[in-house]
Design a protein around this ligand. Structure first.
Ligand code: DQA
Length: 143
């Protein structure tokens, strides 16, 4: 099984960015956690981060017939991007949505998720563990 893990804008700033909300660990720390988990559960993983909506759309399109599952934290694009939603629908790959923070307990606008209209499962508020939970979920359901 091959899983594509996508992180959206400002997640490259983890560790620096609002540590009270997102923690002190870095994007590199997140990548190594995900890679370790992938080995542990016997899946291959590709990690992708971009601050650009179109690049995320391109990456999702490229994963057509290549990835068996997608784990995506679209970050701010969660709440705005019909383009990312449509790309996910187009490739029709099983997808989990992840948020480090508990988006439903924050500002009103963070409760809206376009990606959530396609993603079959959401893990929010579990910190970095949410990514690992999503990988386990996809492995158990689709491998
Ligand atoms: C986030 C939550 C979003 O509302 C925010 O814009 C982010 C990160 C999270 O992981 O908690 O950039 O997706």
């Amino acid at each position: 099984m091959h899983i594509l893990v996508i992180n959206g804008p400002n997640l490259n700033m983890l560790g620096i960015r609002e540590p009270d909300i997102y923690g002190k660990n870095t994007y590199a720390d997140l990548c190594s956690l995900i890679e370790t988990k992938a080995k542990e559960i016997g899946v291959t993983v590709e990690l992708f981060q971009s601050n650009h909506e179109g690049s995320i759309v391109d990456k999702i399109q490229e994963s057509y017939q290549k990835a068996d599952g997608i784990v995506i934290n679209p970050a701010a694009y969660t709440h705005t991007s019909v383009a990312i939603l449509d790309a996910l629908k187009a490739v029709a790959i099983p997808t989990c949505e992840v948020h480090i923070s508990d988006v439903d307990a924050r500002e009103e606008f963070r409760r809206i998720s376009y990606v959530g209209l396609y993603a079959e499962k959401k893990f929010a508020g579990y910190g970095f563990d949410g990514y690992l939970m999503a990988m386990e979920y996809l492995k158990e359901k689709y491998a």
